[in-house]
Ligand binder design. Structure first.
Ligand SMILES: CC(C)(COP(=O)([O-])OP(=O)([O-])OC[C@H]1O[C@@H](n2cnc3c(N)ncnc32)[C@H](O)[C@@H]1OP(=O)([O-])[O-])[C@@H](O)C(=O)NCCC(=O)NCCSC(=O)C[C@@](C)(O)CC(=O)[O-]
Ligand SMILES: NC(=O)C1=CN([C@@H]2O[C@H](COP(=O)(O)OP(=O)(O)OC[C@H]3O[C@@H](n4cnc5c(N)ncnc54)[C@H](OP(=O)(O)O)[C@@H]3O)[C@@H](O)[C@H]2O)C=CC1
Length: 424
């Protein structure tokens, strides 16, 4: 029970003062909350500069997916995730894809859209055309906000004006189309949109409300394809099973949500490892999955003339190398260094390739032995820890759970009791 959550000026305290405040308010001992403190004080200082009200840091495992060849180049891929079997599945499918040359990826230019909403324009259709007539003035003013981006070859490139029919009102919405080069671009385009507001309001004759990027980054798609060898996948029946699973996801949103979650297992892990914005990428992906008006599979599967599986994936990929946590988190910087990427587009292609490998890995397991065998056997260590196993007990209990083919908490607790009683 918290005494009071009203903590005026909490944000002005240091992390250790905040932790003390939390201890007092919750009545907990340091032994009960001390796990929030990172081993390294420097990490706490970095975390405190990254977000507000910091008391500690959560460390998520960082792994390396092996075997990836993308556009003829080998990569070691950093993946940050708490979920067992994800990295194993991605590495497994990357090695199958290598047989026929690995992943082939491409991407659009790094174009983001910023939206400026105008309400109350008396003549929305007239306002729309007036905005197009002043296109050059709008783009020039936008580009004055970020001369460095323009020097890099980026900047505001075009506008699009839409009329959105909302309940009881027509809103004029200007899309500012910006090449953000190696940035994810949110801050860059938001700055431009805010600077444009007075001019847009004057031209449209209405009041500007929102000025913010759209996470439906559909001008910034990344694409990947791979041929998975039929025999290495497990034969014709497994290939057919994957295609049946794909058909299911195309037709049924209940299945599509899980299918796409499997894709995001890989994508989010690389996005997080490189310090990019996981929510932005996820919002873009799921919006794209519903772009036809019906939520469906993000990936596609078919067979080539030799019976091999051809997998493809295309989705928005708004990731950068220069902004956000990519530049402030040392692990994100290490991840980017490990990848050896030279542009945000290259990073987008890599992430999309991992998404495809991840999806195929899950579908292969589902079509063949089922998900529990591989996933649960790798999850067994977590279950052993949840049951209270410590040190050497963890591997011992996990091995017994796998042997029993039943990775359950109650069984883990029973096995642990036996181990501790000397019977294990
Ligand atoms: C786990 C495997 C790969 C085992 O599969 P396996 O056939 O037993 O693997 P293997 O022992 O033959 O090894 C093949 C390769 O897999 C990798 N590999 C194999 N084991 C490891 C390991 N311990 N650690 C790291 N990498 C591993 C490794 O690359 C290895 O090659 P090698 O290095 O030997 O040349 C397989 O069972 C699998 O892919 N399962 C699917 C796992 C999965 O998709 N997990 C995601 C979580 S479930 C979920 O959230 C999504 C879902 C499923 O709901 C989505 C959907 O429904 O579509
Ligand atoms: N809805 C959303 O998704 C939102 C996301 N965000 C957050 O915004 C952040 C990302 O914004 P972003 O604009 O990428 O970050 P930054 O503003 O940190 O970085 C972009 C800036 O970096 C500079 N820059 C230096 N080198 C390059 C290069 N090679 N290519 C491009 N730009 C370069 C440019 O500015 P300069 O000329 O000044 O040097 C550019 O404007 C993330 O933290 C995200 O979480 C924020 C709001 C909303």
């Amino acid at each position: 029970m918290v005494t009071s959550s009203r903590l005026p000026g909490f944000y002005k305290l240091s992390p250790s003062e905040r932790l003390n405040t939390v201890l007092q308010a919750t009545g907990l001992e340091i032994g009960q909350l001390g796990a929030v403190l990172p081993a390294d004080d420097q990490m706490l200082a970095i975390a405190d500069r990254m977000i507000e009200n910091v008391i500690g840091a959560l460390s998520v495992p960082l792994a390396v997916a092996a075997n990836f060849k993308i556009n003829g180049k080998d990569y070691l891929i950093p993946m940050a995730t708490e979920e067992p079997s994800v990295v194993a599945a991605a590495s497994n499918m990357a090695s199958v894809a290598r047989i026929h040359g690995g992943f082939h990826a491409s991407s659009d230019q790094p174009i983001m859209i910023s939206q400026i909403q105008v309400v109350g324009a008396p003549d929305p259709h007239g306002a729309r055309l007036r905005l197009y007539e002043r296109r050059r003035d709008i783009l020039d003013l936008a580009n004055e906000q970020d001369p460095f981006l323009v020097k890099l070859g980026g900047g505001a490139k075009d506008i699009k004006v839409r009329i959105i029919e909302a309940p009881g009102a027509s809103h004029v919405v200007l899309h500012l189309i910006v090449d953000v080069r190696d940035a994810m671009g949110a801050n860059a385009v938001n700055t431009m949109a805010e600077a444009l507001a007075p001019l847009v309001s004057e031209i449209a004759g209405g009041r500007v409300r929102l000025r913010i990027l759209s996470n439906k980054a559909d001008l910034r798609l990344a694409r990947v394809r791979a041929i998975y060898d039929r025999d290495a996948l497990g034969g014709e029946d497994v290939v057919n099973g994957i295609i049946d699973a794909y058909d299911f996801a195309v037709a049924d949103p209940y299945r599509a949500a899980t299918h796409n979650k499997g894709i995001m297992n890989g994508i989010t892990a690389v996005v997080l490892a490189t310090g990019n914005d996981t929510r932005a990428v996820e919002a873009g992906a799921h919006c794209h999955a519903a772009a036809s008006g019906r939520y469906t599979s993000l990936s596609h599967y078919e067979k080539d003339t030799n019976g091999n599986l051809v997998g493809t994936l295309e989705l928005p990929m708004a990731v950068g190398l220069v902004g956000g946590a990519t530049k402030t988190h040392p692990v994100a910087q290490a991840s980017v260094r490990m990848l050896g990427v030279e542009s945000a587009q290259e990073l987008a292609q890599i992430i999309t390739a991992v998404g495809l490998a991840q999806n195929t890995g899950a579908l292969r397991a589902l079509a063949a032995e089922g998900i529990q065998k591989g996933h649960m056997s790798l999850h067994a260590r977590n279950v052993a820890i949840a049951a209270g196993a410590d040190g050497d007990e963890i591997e011992h209990v996990a091995a017994r759970l796998k042997q029993a083919g039943n990775v359950r908490l109650d069984i883990a607790q029973k096995v642990l009791e036996e181990v501790r009683a000397g019977a294990g």
